[in-house]
Design a protein around this ligand. Sequence first.
Ligand code: AQP
Length: 334
Amino acid sequence: KPRIFSGIQPSGGLTLGNYLGALKRFVEKQDEGIETIYCLVDLHAITVWQDPDKLRQQTREAAAAFLAAGIDPKRSVLFNQSQVSAHAELGWIFNCVARLGWMNRMTQFKDKVGKNSENASLGLYAYPSLMAADILLYHATMVPVGEDQKQHVELTRDIAAKFNHDFGVDFFPAPEPVIEGAATRVMSLRDGTRKMSKSDPSDASRINLTDDADTIAAKIRKAKTDPEPLPETLDGLKDRPEARNLVNIYAALSGKMPEAVLAEFAGQGFGLFKPVLADIAVATLAPISAEMGRLMADPAEIDRILGEGADRAEPIARPILNRTLDILGMVRRG
Ligand code: AQP
């Protein structure tokens, strides 16, 4: 039976990239009736330093974003990672399964630390092995993610296969990344070669789920583009990353194929296209942002929902961890 697991780091406010690449898909999967487990991965967030008060606030805000976008805590399990300690325990075990050579190939680590890897935390380096634990702790088989996380899900498959092989068991399944839609990689509004990210120092590079209508319109108006009109075919966007990004965002927001968007706007300049894009972005995000505001007025209720989610996650995770400990040969209380 398919089971979905995915997560988002509460390392800042969520962006349009997180919404189109992840959250919107999470809601669709829930609504398809698949068993869905969604996690705010706070243990991942602290791989770079987080201000404790902000981390608490960001975790509640991310939970509010999930609920506002349509995650129903009765149908999906929604919780924060640190409340189910089995994640950290299996993460350690997988640190002993994953090979240094595998970790050295992870492009996200390299992108995040640049040339300054001496100063990065050990946790940031081991991030993909904790992510493998998040997924395999539930024997999840499908992992909806944005394009940037594909390599980490593939590493999860390698860890599962090596564990099974090393101990002669058929215990952990090989999960599949599920990367769907027109916006699996939303790019920065300031640089079409970098992904839109919640930790980009430039706020103008991203649309936050909490931005008001004027801010969204202004950010799209100022988004980097080129002077050419929109082409007739996708081929015409090949060397125009900023133009391609805006077309993809419009396609994802309107539920159209990028080809259909070009058929509608071919020959038009960005002076016309940007206001139309801003309108649809505002129409999509304004109700989510309003609902987030309403939910954030009652943080105790958000904490209650996350606690209830953890109570539902724990009985799935714990037996899988215990079985893992047995396979490893750990002596346990009866
Ligand atoms: N730009 C993006 N386009 C499409 N999908 C995206 N995702 C992130 N950015 C984009 C997807 O959102 C999910 C959660 O990501 P995450 O918060 O766990 O970490 P991340 O991928 O590192 O995202 P950020 O926003 O760039 O966070 P920071 O800045 O803290 O590193 C994942 O499914 C991801 O693919």
